[in-house]
Structures are given as C-alpha cells and as structure tokens.
Design a protein around this ligand. Structure first.
Ligand SMILES: Nc1nc2c(ncn2[C@@H]2O[C@H](COP(=O)(O)OP(=O)(O)OP(=O)(O)O)[C@@H](O)[C@H]2O)c(=O)[nH]1
Ligand SMILES: [Mg+2]
Length: 358
C-alpha cells in the first residue's frame, strides 16, 4: 500500500516526506528540487498498542508502517503530459491514496510559481491538472471501446456508457471519487484514475491550528480529508534532542501533540485497512494492517506462512476488552476471549493469538 505526495513545487512535499519517514532527501527553496520519485516508510502511531503493551509489561512495540512516495511537483500543463508531468502522473497512478500538500506558509526566500500565497488557488490548480490527466486517459480508452462497441460488442457498449458518464463528471469539475454510480466508479478506480483515489489535503502552514474554513469546505465538497501541519517547524523539532525539542515546543506554545502523528494516522485511514494486534504477552506487541474482510487464517498468513498453512484456531479479544481485563489470561477467565475458526472475518482492533501446527 503506497501513499503518494502530490502538490505544486516548493509546497514542502519533501520536507513532509523527511518528517514522516525520517529520510534526509534534499529540501531547497528553488523549484523542482525533486526530480525522481523517492520512497520511504512512515510509522503509524497507534495509542492502542501502547495500552496493550503497558498493561502486560511488554517492552517491544512494533507499529504498522506505510510506504510513502515523494513525487516531483506538478506544474501547469502536467495534465497534458508537459514537462516532467507525464512521468509524475504515471507514478501517481500507481498510488493507493494521495496526500496533497498545499503551501500556506509565507517565506520570501522560497519561490512560489505565482509569487502569491494562495492555498485554495494552489489546491485547485493541482486538482485541475489531475482532472485533465484523467480526462485524457478516459478519452484514449474511449477511442478503443467505441470501435469495439460499433462492431456489436455488448461489453464494450456497456463500458462506453460508463466512460462517457465519467467524462461528464470531469467536465463539471467533479473528482471521480464523488461519482454516485458504483460501477462507473469501480471502473475508474481500476484504471488508476487520479481523482478517484482517496485524498488527504495537508495544509503546510507556519501556524499550527485549524485549517482555513474555505479549505475545509473545499475538501469536504470533494469527499476528501484535510489537516493542517507546520511541516518546517516539526522537521526542526524532530532534529533536536527530546529535551531541546520540548523546550522549543513550549516556547512556541505548540503543546506536546505533534501534528505529524495525527496526519500520518489520517493518511493511514485513507487506505481503509483493518488493523489487528498480536501481543497476548511479552516480548512484543505488534500492529498488523490487513485488507478489510480478510479471514483469520489469511490474516495469520501475514505473520507467517506456517501460521496460515497449519492454522487451527485463533483466540480473539477486542483490544479495549483486553486492556480492561488487564491481561490475556484474565480476559480468558472473564470469558472475553473467543475461539474463532479460519473463516472468522478479522475485525478492527482484534487482538489475536493464533494456534497452529506444522
Ligand atoms: N517557512 C517554511 N518553510 C518551509 C516549510 N516547509 C518547507 N519549507 C521550505 O520550502 C522550501 C521547499 O520545500 P521542499 O520540501 O523542497 O518543497 P517540495 O514541494 O518538495 O518542492 P520541489 O521538490 O522543488 O517541487 C524549502 O526551502 C523548505 O525549507 C514550512 O512549513 N515553513
Ligand atoms: Mg521536493
């Protein structure tokens, strides 16, 4: 599962990439610093793991990770394949969800493509390129499908109707993720169309706080999420010792909540995964992201293929019931732990102990 960073040049995409993946890629005040896609991994904060581990004195906590891809900035015309745009769009089509970075910080040393800070205008400019890119891709497909439909291919006729519906939506400026027709939407998602992907707008501002109401309204109308983050400041804090960071955060009245944690959590949620846990005792509590609707034996296979092959049963307890009980054995005594077979569909927040034999 991959999250792609999209946005205008100098919006702070690479700064955000470094912040959430701990990378040290080049961040610079001139445009188009990033020329090739960069990959890294972000750890997904999850207070549930700490709760599970704390009550059982489990020292090691392994959080879920997501792959993050920093993609070169899109310029006007990218939607029609101009400049580096074509390649960047190709990368974006492979992504499962998009993090759209929007510049809201003022900094005279950092060039802006239009020399004016305009977060809503910048978001719209990128979204138009994504719509145009989708339109081009649909038109290319339509050309082929129309030919087959003409020669009497019934499947092609059906697809033609769906594609034409998608074009109508795009021409009204609608991102495809808000299309109500489930069949058309599924086709769009299957084609990797950019505006069909889930989106989180990250407003990169020097003032941590609530995003501007107009940006919230814009995101909501496009069925997208939004969070505001002081990327530059948080990156500075991340490079300090914990003591110095705490001191500086206090001086800047930032509190002890880092926006990056909430942002990564929100981005992870775009992927619509289910998280289950192992950690019914030491040495390790661990979060496992899986596809929604996966059965217990398949989920066990994510841990080890032997566990899937030799799956006997799973002992399952909801994470909060485990925490309330105080330990796995106490949860068992109070009949909170259920025995589930291989066809059990794993639920969000399940803590599982897999019994298997090979
Ligand atoms: N004041 C301020 N400056 C920032 C912030 N985030 C990034 N910058 C600066 O903005 C410039 C551009 O940041 P990058 O992370 O390189 O931007 P980018 O979107 O990756 O840009 P390209 O790769 O060139 O398309 C750098 O000089 C950063 O130091 C911020 O939150 N506040
Ligand atoms: Mg960059």
């Amino acid at each position: 599962m991959e999250l792609g960073l999209v946005g205008r040049t100098n919006a702070g995409k690479t700064a955000l990439f470094n912040l959430i993946t701990g990378s040290t890629a080049e961040v610079a005040p001139y445009p188009f610093t990033t020329r090739e896609a960069l990959r890294g991994r972000a750890e997904v904060p999850d207070p549930r793991i700490d709760a599970i581990a704390d009550i059982q004195d489990i020292p090691r906590r392994v959080r879920a990770q997501v792959q993050v891809v920093d993609i070169p900035g899109l310029a006007a015309g990218a939607g029609q394949g101009e400049g580096l745009g074509g390649k960047a769009l190709g990368e974006l089509r492979q992504m499962d969800a998009l993090i759209h970075v929007v510049r809201s910080f003022a900094n005279n040393e950092v060039a802006h493509p239009e020399d004016a800070i305009n977060p809503l205008g910048d978001a719209e400019a990128i979204d138009i390129e994504l719509l145009l890119a989708d339109r081009e891709q649909i038109e290319r497909r339509l050309e082929k499908v129309r030919k087959s439909a003409k020669s009497g291919d019934a499947t092609a006729k059906g697809e033609q109707g769906l594609l034409e519906l998608l074009v109508t939506e795009i021409d009204q400026g609608n991102p495809l993720r808000i299309v109500g027709d489930a069949e058309a939407l599924a086709l769009g998602i299957g084609m990797g169309l950019l505006t069909a992907k889930p989106v989180l707008y990250v407003i990169n501002s020097d003032d941590p706080g609530e995003p501007l109401p107009e940006l919230v309204a814009y995101a909501t109308s496009r069925d997208a999420h939004v969070s505001q983050l002081a990327v530059g400041t948080e990156l500075e804090l991340a490079q300090l010792s914990p003591e110095d960071a705490a001191e500086l955060a206090q001086e800047m009245e930032l509190g002890d909540v880092r926006g990056a944690d909430a942002m990564v959590r929100a981005a992870y949620e775009l992927l619509d995964l289910v998280t289950f846990f192992t950690g019914s005792g030491p040495p390790e509590a661990r979060a496992w992201p899986i596809q929604r609707g996966l059965s217990a034996d398949k989920a066990a296979g994510k841990i080890h293929s032997d566990m899937e092959r030799g799956f006997i049963r799973a002992e399952v307890v909801a994470w909060d019931a485990l925490v309330a009980a105080g330990s796995f054995s106490k949860a068992r005594e109070s009949a909170q732990v259920r025995m589930e077979g291989k066809d059990y569909i794993v639920q969000e927040g399940d803590v599982m102990q897999i019994r298997f034999a090979v």
